[in-house]
Design a protein around this ligand. Sequence first.
Ligand SMILES: Nc1ncnc2c1ncn2[C@@H]1O[C@H](COP(=O)(O)OP(=O)(O)O)[C@@H](O)[C@H]1O
Ligand SMILES: CCCC(=O)OP(=O)(O)O
Length: 362
Amino acid sequence: MQKQPNRILVINPASTSTKIGVFDNDILIMEKTIHHSIEDLGEYTSIAGQHIFRRNSILEALDEEGMNVSKLAAVCGRGGLLRPIEGGTYAVNDEMMKDLRKGYSGQHASNLGGIIAFEIADGLNIPSFIVDPVVVDEMAPIARISGFSLIERKSIFHALNQKAVARRYAKKIGRAYEDVSLIVAHMGSGITIGVHQAGRVIDVNNGLHGDGPFSPERAGTVPAGDLVELCFSGQYSRHDIMKKLVRQGGLFAYLETNDVVKVERRISKGDKRAELIYQAMAYQVAREIGAASAVLKGRVDAIILTGGLAHGKGFVEAITERVSWIADVEIQPGENELQALAEGAARILNGEEQAKTYTFSL
Ligand SMILES: Nc1ncnc2c1ncn2[C@@H]1O[C@H](COP(=O)(O)OP(=O)(O)O)[C@@H](O)[C@H]1O
Ligand SMILES: CCCC(=O)OP(=O)(O)O
């Protein structure tokens, strides 16, 4: 008799929406984006506080789609700003729940992924997982040195999509992920450029509140001395400065939108300032890719451009003309995070891998 496939619910919470998918192993059978209004989310003072509201929205959506939750074999969520850990699939445990609720390394909607996965799975007596959270840290010791001895460089990036596209590219060329050297640029609300070598991301910018190119929302690397002067000018609170660095920095600060489609429309109507800022963002991405190629001593199998901005033809061209001398440029627009979550959970349920344990009590 043929074995029943494992049915997996996957959950990817973003700032104003929750994307869900139901898979039989790694085959998608249902996908939905649940949009949350600013008014609905505005009722909560913290991201973790939104868990019941978002969980109920997910259960309602599953019900509307005729999905019977009692058939689920596991629930898998995108995880969150935990302590730094190596890549892989982790079982959600109490220690992880504590750190997700607190936002150990900061606040991001992905903190809700593991929390909601655990809550739904616990009620059904099935396992819950997270896969390649944003705190995956495989950085080489040399990459951690910032040059300011009180601050270490941190690995906070789009690990889930970066690893998924890198694995997919390796498979396409008939090699193992562990055998290729790649530069992956994930370009969404934040932009992260990862150096993938021997199956590990040995260097990457902290795309949340660290360094790297500016992005639709993030300021990226800023001149340090000038930033210090602003912080102590008395004009801005800590909250104001963080907002200007993380959510309302970069493109948003210059053009009052984080939507690159709108910016492209403005450029096509002759808006020269919009054109300059758009080109500057592409220039900074290309510059970071150049730096990443030096990490690999020029031995780069491919450069992969992915994330929402990789849909933008002009943006991709502006980067490609500066970096195509390094290696082939492969475009994988958008993100396949739901698929990557399902594949990570399926590898455990099918016995191909063992779930890793999140523990720091030693
Ligand atoms: N077809 C497109 N052309 C250019 N930019 C696009 C296109 N589609 C989406 N984008 C831009 O991609 C960015 C969002 O990327 P996305 O990967 O969805 O972000 P997030 O990190 O929030 O998941 C937005 O600035 C959006 O305007
Ligand atoms: C860098 C970690 C995650 C991140 O930046 O996500 P968004 O692009 O969705 O803001």
